[in-house]
Design a protein around this ligand. Sequence first.
Ligand code: ATP
Length: 476
Amino acid sequence: MTECQNKVNNLEELAKFCNHKGYIFQGSAIYGGLANTWDYGPLGVELKNNIRQLWWKYWVHDRDDIFGLDAAILMNPKVWEASGHVASFSDPLVDSKSSKKRYRADKLIEEFTNERPANWAGEKTPPEDLYKFLIDKNIPDPETGETNCWTMPRMFNLMFKTKQGVLEEEGDDIYLRPETAQGIFVNFKNVQRATRQKIPFGIAQVGKAFRNEITPGNFTFRTREFEQMEVEYFFDPAQTPWKVLFEELKDYSFKFITEVLKISQENLRLRDHEPNELSHYSKGTTDIEYKFPFGWGELCAAGAYRGAFDLNQHQIHSGKDMQFHNQVEKRRYIPHVIEPSFGLDRLVLAVLVDCFYIEPVEGSKEPRRVMKFPYQLAPYKLGVLPLMDKDGLDDLAKKVYRDLRSQGIYCVYDEKGSIGKRYRRQDENGTPWCLTVDYQSLKDKTFTLRHRDTLGQVRISLDELPKYLNSSVFGK
Ligand code: ATP
């Protein structure tokens, strides 16, 4: 079969496909939607759960030095004062006098020029410098194409504020967490005590985070509500040079993307943050970026070295001792931290883009759309299809399907339409195998098993089926 890979040309095309198939729907669609909110449908939620579970296995269950946590989204507001989010978790917002739209100044510049101003510091670049660049380099309003239409950028805090309490006016201001990391820092001593773990060790958490982004968009790439999967790895800088651990964790993160999720290497790159981009407390951050249809975009921070900043701040603001006590050396110290931080929704999006193929099929005028998910990511592992929905073929197929489900194999039953159409449907679902029940099956309980990617078929008995239902035999 000729391999013809038609990558997703734009995300609108992919969003339409995802809506049609039940991967991702627009949020609150029956009310006209709520901008930039998305709901995961039956296929999308399986894909997302599979990625989350693989991440958890890779970072927690496969290691004996990282432990799980599930902290509350709502935290004492003092947490966000200590972490610096109240004072400085902001992005530069710029208004266009031409379209009256608001944009993130740093992202506009990154989008419209390959050059960066001298001393570029991403969203931390001073507003005056951003303004000068917008004007000097004739950065256009993407909506109208007009240049020279910008106001002075202003800093805009990204945290969602709400009230706690029954009566709004009496309630205290609280925030929806903008990152999962702080839930880990405030629990550092709890986890260390409960696990009796010595440094170094890590804590992992998966959960929702909220940011009032100025310019969300690009389908699910930038949203105001999203899911993070973060690890804080605590170590003693006197015993372990940070660079050694940083490289180790960076490689481990990269392997998760390439070896577990199997995202194509040619669409990935590592990007070290510029010195000015780094937070004042950080000596190094490396992102993994993916080549989306709109350009390179951050998938995750493979590693961010945060020093002792967070635990130090919590010690100062809470008045509680956040030190680790090295009993052998009789030494107390605040551990340093390296943070690998992944965005689950962005990983789902990258997998969808990376796995989507349109390819010709021999003997058919219509090319097929196929989601070539690695076996472990596929929402359904097998489609069970009776050749006809009569003569007992459907009864046997239903029995096989129910037996497999009860054995924990998440498969799908489909009897509607021609067998060719049903294969195509399963290709779009990314289902690795299809098991067809035909008249011979009634006689000798053998079935045709079709491979999604090669379209190769084998005749097997039910006893042989389990050997095919794993990633090594499937081949991805
Ligand atoms: P960006 O530069 O794209 O705004 P960031 O550097 O602020 O991202 P981090 O604070 O490092 O992001 O968060 C870790 C991860 O969380 C990111 O790599 C990304 O995958 C995810 N993430 C951050 N913001 C969003 C968002 N608004 N929507 C979806 N995912 C996000």
